[in-house]
Write a protein that binds this ligand. Structure first.
Ligand SMILES: [Fe+2]
Ligand SMILES: [Fe+2]
Length: 673
């Protein structure tokens, strides 16, 4: 993907900035404390493959259950969904799940759930208690199998044991245990990052390297099972989109997803992992945008040219097959149920909301075949499916339209069109309900793309999120917004409302723009720049303003932790995407995808980490004693990039820190007398 040149003096080292630059001190402190070096097992002794495969590799034909994955049901205190997969292209003969509040043994076989025969993914249908789903990848033709059991009526705060079996004549089993969420006002811990990718060949089940493979992905999962402060694994994890980048391996997407599934299962078998959709979950295939098989004359090879270049509904076929997430009850205008695309759940005194920002962002999708060489032939996979040059996925407004509201440069559901944006309507309803609910003190939103980021090599800040959702985050006083997308760390000051007027300048014009023109970037207003004190820990009052955290350092091989600075005053500066970063060109001349169009001074940027792109966040929720007293203690643990990753051996090791690089308390009463 081409990045725009946005002027200014981006990423100059050594500048003194008001915002807090973290990293170096934290890491040396860790070294001084003798942080534990976690060494990875070396299962594969042969040499490394030279790079991502360019032909379709076979998947296993065995059926031993793997890729165990837990997610919350609608009520995490009583509902957990257990999911697992077959390794490859053969369905399990007679899969079952057994579960019990006691360990599963010969004497305690538990309650048995038999799985139905698999059916192809069909998001127009409701799921039963047990569902077996197959999905055929549109580009490589491999069919993989996913099994889901929605456990309901569980006891809160209780450990349950489970075991799944393939039902073969010599059955294979796999299992673990999990804890349901506590009921009522209770303490708990959760964790988060986005942009995980897959480990490299020596730590991957398949033994392959994929496009974003990096051994930091392996350590990121290890860290969640054993956080650096020694205070135990979280109750659940939030995974902020860009899960594995399978869309970049058009011949092997199911294989990439398998390696992702087995890596995260080291944690997700033991505690729910709750994802948000990112741009890289949107994949090329041979379906219509609603997920129906393309029927253009000319067979599979002709589908891409006819616009049928989607891998399942909106390109999300693999994601929607693998995850059976809480039901938002929303049916899209095309008849697809939008279960799992966006959803909410409550644990203790906190409501969590997962959003799909693909629906509102200006920036383009991640599945794109955009080559600037003239007369580039279509990208053609081993099945003969072909995608013409200049094709890019773009799902903005896939749940309905938004229209400008000039009075505050916002975007609101376009009822006059007859198809208003359903996700935004659902979001406002969900936020209003949470703020009315006396059992909810704080609201945490997680999504993939960023309303605010000063990363230079990254994507930048997206005006679409600022226009569509920040007015709602302000109105309902959302406390924290977590994202990924940028492969780095950034924290904002609490922000509320926006700075009126044109604070942006067009630096890399898209069609219809003029370089140097002023543009209203709807820049969020800083509400406070000095933290309060909460029992000796710096604290931000999130009733004063929402804090945005970019947590995209899961583990990809493409860190973006170089940050923008205005050369004139050394202050933070950000790229802002205010129009679609269009694909321009022609078949004859080749195509180019533009980057962010504008820049703004970014006084909202409070902390960056130029030293370490990777890391994970731990959040400890304490409900206090009375309504409104909930606090969330946040720790960010930066993880150094693995060594040797760039070499052919791909045998990276790193040191997992025992000290956080940042620690804050967030609460709505902190600093108040
Ligand atoms: Fe990413
Ligand atoms: Fe992304």
């Amino acid at each position: 993907m081409s990045e725009s040149s946005t002027g200014g003096s981006y990423g100059k080292a050594g500048f003194t900035r008001r915002r807090f630059i973290i990293g170096t001190a934290g890491v040396s402190a860790v070294a001084a404390l003798g942080g534990t070096v976690v060494r990875a097992p070396r299962a594969v002794a042969s040499g490394a493959p030279s790079g991502p495969p360019t032909t379709t590799l076979p998947l296993p034909t065995t059926t031993k259950p793997e890729q165990l994955l837990l997610t919350w049901g609608g009520d995490p205190a009583t509902e957990v969904t257990v999911s697992w997969s077959a390794p490859g292209t053969v369905a399990q003969p007679a899969p079952t799940l057994a579960f019990s509040a006691q360990p599963i043994t010969a004497h305690n076989p538990g309650r048995l759930v038999k799985m139905p025969d698999p059916k192809p993914l069909d998001v127009t249908q409701r799921y039963g208690e047990a569902a077996s789903v197959s999905f055929t990848d549109g580009l490589n033709g491999q069919t993989t199998y996913f099994y889901h059991v929605q456990l309901k009526g569980l006891k809160p705060g209780t450990r349950y044991y489970y075991q799944v079996t393939d039902g073969a004549s010599e059955p294979s089993t796999a299992g673990s245990s999990f804890e349901t969420a506590p009921s009522g006002r209770a303490k708990f811990r959760f964790s988060s990052y986005g942009d995980l990718a897959t480990p490299s060949w020596d730590l991957n089940t398949s033994g392959n390297i994929w496009h974003e493979s990096c051994d930091n992905s392996w350590y990121a999962v290890t860290a969640i099972e054993n956080p650096g402060d020694g205070k135990g694994a979280p109750l659940f994890h939030l995974l902020n989109g860009d899960l594995c980048y399978a869309n970049l391996d058009v011949d092997n997407a199911p294989g990439v997803w398998r390696d992702f599934g087995n890596n995260v299962a080291r944690s997700a078998a033991n505690r729910p992992w709750m994802p948000a959709l990112g741009n890289h979950e949107c994949e090329f295939g041979t379906d219509t945008i609603s997920g129906h098989p393309g029927k253009a004359a000319g067979g599979i090879a002709a589908q891409g040219a006819a616009g049928n270049y989607w891998n399942g509904p909106y390109g999300f076929g693999h994601y929607l097959s693998r995850f059976l997430l809480p039901d938002n009850g929303v049916t899209n205008w095309d008849g697809n149920r939008l279960r799992g695309n966006f959803y909410a759940f409550q644990v203790g005194t906190v409501t969590f909301i997962s959003l799909d920002a693909d629906d509102v962002i200006y920036q383009d999708g991640a599945a794109n075949y955009v080559i600037d060489t003239a007369n580039t032939p279509p990208e053609t996979t081993t099945t003969g499916a072909s995608i013409p040059n200049g094709t890019t996925t773009y799902t903005r407004f896939y749940t309905g339209g938004l229209k400008p509201d000039a009075k505050n440069n916002s975007l609101v559901p376009d009822y006059a069109s007859g198809q208003p944006n359903l996700q935004t309507i659902w979001l406002e309803r969900t936020l209003a309900r949470a703020r009315r609910d006396p059992s909810v003190d704080m609201i945490v939103v997680f999504m993939h793309q960023c309303a605010m980021s000063t990363s230079v090599p990254g994507n930048g800040s997206d005006l679409g999120i600022r226009q569509a959702w920040l007015p709602l985050f302000d109105k309902y006083e959302v406390d924290l917004v977590l994202s990924g997308h940028e492969h780095d760390y950034e924290r904002t000051y609490p922000v509320r409302g926006y700075d009126t007027g044109a604070h942006g300048t067009v630096a890399a014009p898209n069609p219809g723009q003029t370089k140097g023109a002023a543009v209203d970037t709807r820049r969020p207003s800083v509400a406070a720049t000095e933290p309060h004190d909460f029992n000796g820990t710096p604290a931000w009052n999130t009733a004063e303003g929402t804090v945005y955290l970019v947590l995209g350092g899961g583990g990809t091989n493409g860190p973006t932790n170089t940050y923008g600075t205005d050369a004139a005053d050394d202050k933070p500066q950000a790229k802002v995407i205010t129009t679609r970063n269009a694909v321009v060109g022609s078949e004859a001349a080749g195509f180019v995808k533009n980057g962010a169009d504008s820049i703004e001074d970014a006084p909202w940027s409070a902390a960056i980490n130029p030293t370490d792109a990777y890391g994970y966040s731990i959040f400890d929720v304490d409900p206090g004693r009375h309504r409104g007293e909930t606090t969330i203690t946040f720790q960010y643990f930066a993880i150094p990039a693995v060594t040797n990753e760039a070499g052919s051996a791909h045998d990276g090791t790193t040191t997992l820190p025992t000290q956080p690089t940042e620690k804050f308390v967030f609460g709505r009463r902190v600093g108040r007398r």
